[in-house]
Write a protein that binds this ligand. Structure first.
Ligand code: PLP
Length: 432
């Protein structure tokens, strides 16, 4: 039957599917937020991947720029859809400084309005509708929509034993099974530090996977949207969780060494700088045809020139950026350690994180039923009994039930400590 509102099939699907299943509860939480004095029984949002830990510093810096600096004339005109050159230079300078890979060429950088737009643009240009992207599970739920809605690319959740490396045999099997289903394995997408586990990859693993991708003509993309949100693994509360001295190595290093048209990097300022509302993302690649295509069709996903100007002013103040990143990582580590301290004392399993804005914890002992419905019930019980809103479990793509993601950067330390007091009471009550 024809719909009265006469939308396309795509439009009907878009109108029928909410962006996230937790939005209604999240808005409830925002109307009644916890405050130690003003609202001590208020709700605590730990579902949305937002980082509020450095905003005070950044806010002051941005206000200062807006008052002191003269806005350049190019902000009012059309610009390069992949980002104006001075902005791309500033972003490359930021990567060189904090991801420690030098020199980077701004000609290899294409920018869009946030990682979501970068993922859409890249999947649109690299894969055909019906092709498949392999993603090790568990992983960011919204990859499904970002790959599907505009580009028609399917997501294949590769089951990896929690905390273990991706085996090449498993990748071969995934590729064959995708082929047998009539699709083509076109992309391998990794996130590091990972959402939700905080996992990182060794250089050896990245190189091995790059070898596999290049020889199989699969595009390998590493999303380092949490690349500066690193946890200090020397913190006394958590340091025993890290028996080896693994540390974060940016995939840019592998890209720069190999200069292969199959290797790409994604980034966005939404998380490390806590400015998801600014909508600023980037892709880096030596594939010049990809950059050309990006530039030719990227206008609908472009970042406003005003935002690019503001961001280049922020990023090129290296003394400020050093202070900001140091402050942000210290605050993130304190919040992380406070949560891990509680989980350890409650004997709740978790995956030790090297970075990201999350703790990935196993609450399966409290499931009444090991099913999606059981997970949803526990998620709602935790919210109604404690006021803590965790991320719902659907969409991460792994097969083990009962793992929940906690966002550690939505609150100052005091809010996280209150959440942990409430979680401890919940656990004691349930166990009793
Ligand atoms: C892995 C990953 N990629 C992309 C995004 C989306 O980022 P943006 O807000 O820059 O579109 C997120 C947000 O949570 C994420 O975790």
């Amino acid at each position: 039957m024809k719909q009265a509102n006469n939308l396309s099939k795509r439009g009907i699907k878009a109108a029928a599917n909410a962006m996230r299943v937790d939005l209604d509860l999240y808005y409830q939480v925002l109307e009644n937020p916890y405050h130690p004095e003003k609202n001590p029984t208020g709700a605590i949002p730990m579902n949305m991947a937002e980082n509020h830990l450095g905003w005070e510093l950044l806010h002051e810096k941005i206000q200062h720029i807006c008052r002191q600096q003269t806005l350049t004339d190019w902000t009012s005109s059309y610009g390069d859809p992949a980002g104006v050159l001075s902005f791309r230079e500033a972003v490359c300078g930021y990567f060189e400084r904090f991801l420690k890979v030098k020199p980077l060429d701004p000609a290899n950088l294409a920018c869009s309005a946030g990682a979501t737009a970068v993922i859409e643009m890249s999947s649109f240009l690299l894969a055909n509708p019906g092709d498949t992207a392999v993603i090790p599970a568990p992983s960011y739920p919204v990859y499904t929509a970002d790959l599907q809605v505009f580009s028609g690319v399917e997501r294949y959740d590769l089951q990896v034993e929690m905390g273990k490396a991706i085996s090449l045999v498993k990748l071969d099997e995934a590729k064959s099974s995708i082929k047998a289903s009539g699709s083509e394995c076109k992309l391998l997408i990794l996130t590091q530090p990972d959402n939700p586990t905080g996992k990182i990859y060794t250089l050896q693993e990245l190189n091995q996977l790059a070898d596999w991708c290049i020889s199989n003509e699969v595009h390998m993309i590493v999303n380092e949207i949490y690349g500066m949100s690193l946890i200090d693994t020397q913190h006394p509360t958590i340091t025993k969780d890290y028996p080896t001295d693994d540390c974060f190595h940016s995939f840019l290093q592998v890209i720069e060494e190999r200069k292969s048209p199959f290797l790409h990097f994604w980034y966005s300022f939404s998380k490390d700088l806590g400015i998801s509302g600014f909508r600023v993302g980037a892709m880096y690649s030596h594939n010049q045809e990809l950059i050309k295509g990006y530039r030719n069709v990227g206008l609908s996903h472009a970042i406003s020139n005003y935002t690019q100007w503001l961001m280049q002013e922020v990023l090129t103040d290296t003394a400020f950026m050093d202070r900001f990143i140091t402050h942000s990582q210290a605050a993130l580590t304190e919040n992380y350690a406070a949560i891990i301290h509680t989980l350890k004392s409650l004997k709740i399993p978790y995956t030790p994180s090297y970075g990201s804005l999350f703790v990935w914890a196993n609450l399966s002992e409290f499931l009444q039923e090991h099913s999606a419905a059981g997970e949803e019930k526990l998620w709602l019980d935790i919210f109604h009994e404690t006021g803590i809103l965790l991320t719902p479990t659907n969409g991460f793509g792994h097969s083990e039930k009962g793992w929940y993601r906690m966002v550690i950067s939505s609150q100052p330390l005091e809010g996280i400590q209150e959440a942990m007091r409430r979680l401890s009471s919940f656990v004691s009550y349930r166990r009793a």
